[in-house]
Ligand binder design. Sequence first.
Ligand code: ADP
Length: 489
Amino acid sequence: MYIIMISSELAPVAKVGGLADVVFGLSRELEVRGNAVEIILPKYDCMRYDQIHEFHEVYDNLWVPFYDTWVHCTVLFSYVHNRKCFFIDPHNDKVFFNRGVYYGHHDDDERFAFFCRAALEFMHKSGKQPDIIHCHDWQTALVPVLLFDMYAKLGMTHPRVCYTLHNVKHQGITGEHALREVGLYPPDYMRPDRLLDDHNPFAVNLMKGGITYSNFVTTVSPQYAWDIRYTDQNYGLGGVIDQNQHKLGGILNGIDYEVWNPEIDRYIPFKYGISNLDDKYKNKEALRQRLMLSQDLKPIICYVGRLDYQKGVHLIKSALFYALEMGWQFVLLGSGAEPQINNEFWALKHQLNDNPDCHLEIGYNEELAHLIYAGSDIMIIPSMFEPCGLTQMIAMKYGTVPVVRKTGGLVNTVFDVDYSDKPEKERNGYVFEGADYVAVEWVLYRAVVHFYTYPERFRELMEAGMRYDFSWNHPGTHYLNVYEHIREK
Ligand code: ADP
């Protein structure tokens, strides 16, 4: 099969969160199985250019309609760790993708709407007719709308579209200008059965368009598919999700074991697996040295991830204070898009600067993340909602026991040592339900009691997590089934 991914992120060159890992890992799995996969991305100025080799221009004459004018674009090609990637580089005074960050500008809607049109224009001009176009999140939601209503009339009748919802909180709610910009006539689309937002009669909801127009919609775990249908986690998209149930499914993300694997990880000083698990503790020592923590017989509890309301920042703070109060160690690596949350964590960092049991690293650091996964004992993931969550799966591969809140993909991957109905050998972590500090303290207490008092049981949990197969193997099969299903239509 010939598949084109259109995405705003790709690991490791343009990564903000799990979306980047998923696009890379899934593309790799599909290719390993003999499919041809290409990825179309914006060319950002802030990408990791050290990970891009032999970058060269393949198309210099792409003119993309933009309102009633045209924007000249160049398309560059490169392999990113053997993935075939095309990068779209618009040359206009708005410098859409040369802003030093991926997201967070007032005109993100305009930037990514443009990217959708540019990606299709490029495919059209270069004669690409894949079997499947796979797009992701609100940033690429206009692709199926433009494909079926505009480019099909120009001959692009072959591709079918699979659309994946990685996070329904961010829907791309915007104004009619986003439609006019890409050449769609607003009155045709500001309709309840198309892109009109269900709660604001003047707003366009891009994600709603993606769901409505795609041939199949997936979300990134079975539990999140349930959560967005039956709880307020759909952030107002419940009606559309309900109407499109016949073409919606939840497929648990995988993780890429070429990247996340302590046996071959080039970012950790001591490689290890189940057979030499004690070498994990050499990484613990290395982590402490690097972060100037005291060397002691204490558990290291860690958090790696975005600092965002979604991730339960108030509970992360509860965990941090409780750990220090109990005399344990806490390591945090996080970055946030919201200035208020960032400022809070910077203030905390200054406050705890001299504490030998604590280190807060605020910012994005791929290399350090690997060492934290390898060197910690417990990872806390107290998300308020979690579409899938990759960090708990990565942690398990590194023998770091996850402590998670019972929501979304965390429910599908972490099974409580005491309360799960899974057989004992398959239980792999700790799960809690509340959303206050009492719940966090109790669950951490349970985990650390095992760590100190029942180390054999704790070790069994570590090994159980390491034995799970969270690779792309199963999700790869599920996605291919979806692709086959929509191709036949
Ligand atoms: P989300 O997609 O909601 O951000 P996921 O758990 O699905 O969360 O994916 C997070 C990915 O991003 C993981 O690979 C994690 O290691 C990585 N990550 C998140 N924050 C950071 C950071 N500050 N530095 C390095 N890696 C990070």
